[in-house]
Design a protein around this ligand. Structure first.
Ligand code: M6R
Length: 357
């Protein structure tokens, strides 16, 4: 039930700190070490390449998951859109492991891939919020995201939960391979939960951003580099699905290859700056769009911020910035939808789980 909340989406955004804490308790042992299932660890170890398959928001979590597993566990990963993989399958390695990410566990596009993968005899792991779901039953292994029921069509807490579980999977895999892991995932995720709380307390400021930038616009662009690009894709999806504003996420460096032609006087451009190694270059991109009339809104991480940034996120570990950077984007999308009189929880033309291909 949504209790005193006006919408499920807002309730689910606010639940994210608790969800992260639940994931920590579920996946740590009595010594405070990350521990997943032995069979999953074995399957991850045995694989020469991981293929992540998902749709929509879960695909965006998969993009971050690729970065986490490659960086922490040094295993090559490819992330694919399920509906594309179905009809345009890449060359598969000798010992692949397929990871399906799905909130509902019922997405037909992902299930289509799973059926093919099982026919080929490859192992599959499903990361889902619904353990009894089709994708969970038909895969060899399941990791539960323990986010609790997600009712709003726009996925919020399931996305951050998926990324948290992927971070733990990366750490567990690294340790099993004897790779020294400097990153204390349990500690860093609890910092994430605290920062999420602080961000959820900033609703007024984020409502103002939505009002100032998005009340009447017909389009909005999100730009970022590295993981900020992936978070920008997710911010754009949130905004388009519930506010009907045409929103797109772009890689900062790609602007000059075409996209910058779309910038007009007053076009809102939301720029993410949470990664030190790309901070200067994304700020360069902001200057380029501003010089062409855009109305930039910079969301940055504390320590990388400049004085005039519109919103500053408290610091978290570099690997985990997507889990916190998305929260202002979720809240901005929520308020844009509200201000524009849209149906926040049940946007037009969309279903919560997409069970047709
Ligand atoms: O249940 P799934 O995670 O498999 O669903 C995938 C997408 O349909 C879903 O993430 C969709 O994009 C959301 N409405 C986005 O908010």
């Amino acid at each position: 039930e949504k209790g005193t909340y006006p919408h499920y989406m807002l309730k689910e955004i606010d639940e994210q700190p608790l969800v992260i804490r639940n994931i920590i308790s579920k996946y740590q042992d009595e010594n405070g070490e990350v521990t997943l299932d032995d069979e999953i660890r074995h399957a991850m170890n045995a694989a020469d390449r991981i293929y992540i398959i998902a749709a929509g928001t879960s695909y965006h979590a998969g993009l971050v998951g690729k970065q986490l597993i490659e960086t922490i566990a040094k295993k090559p990963v490819e992330t694919h859109i399920a509906s594309e993989f179905l009809y345009n399958m890449p060359l598969i390695s000798n010992n692949p492991l397929f990871i399906f990410i799905s909130q509902s566990g019922e997405t037909a596009d992902s299930r289509g891939v799973l059926v093919n993968v099982k026919k080929l005899g490859h192992p599959a792991l499903t990361i889902t919020n619904v353990p009894g779901s089709t994708l969970s039953r038909e895969a060899d292994f399941t990791l539960h995201t323990v986010a609790g029921p997600e009712i709003a069509v726009a996925s919020t807490k399931a996305y951050t939960a998926q990324m948290a579980v992927l971070a733990l999977l990366a750490v567990d895999t690294a340790k099993a391979q004897g790779i020294a892991v400097e990153f204390d995932a349990i500690k860093e995720l609890s910092i994430v939960a605290t920062v999420m709380e602080a961000l959820c307390d900033q609703k007024e400021a984020l409502e103002k951003v939505a009002r100032d930038y998005l009340s009447t616009t017909r389009n909005c662009f999100f730009i970022g580099r590295a993981s900020d690009y992936y978070v920008g894709l997710e911010g754009a999806l949130k905004l388009k699905e519930i506010s009907y504003i045409q929103a797109e996420g772009f890689a900062g460096g790609e602007l000059k290859h075409g996209t910058i032609a779309l910038i007009e006087e007053g076009t809102p451009v939301i720029a993410l700056a949470t990664q030190e190694h790309v901070n200067l270059s994304i700020r360069g991109n902001v200057k380029e769009v501003a010089a062409r009339g855009a109305n930039p809104c910079i969301i940055s991480l504390e320590g990388l911020n400049s004085e005039n940034d519109q919103f500053i996120i408290p610091k978290v570990h570099d690997y985990l910035t997507p889990l916190v950077a998305v929260i202002p984007l979720q809240l901005i999308a929520y308020y844009a939808s509200l201000h524009r009189g849209c149906d926040v929880d049940k946007p037009r033309n969309l279903a919560k789980s997409v069970t047709v291909e």
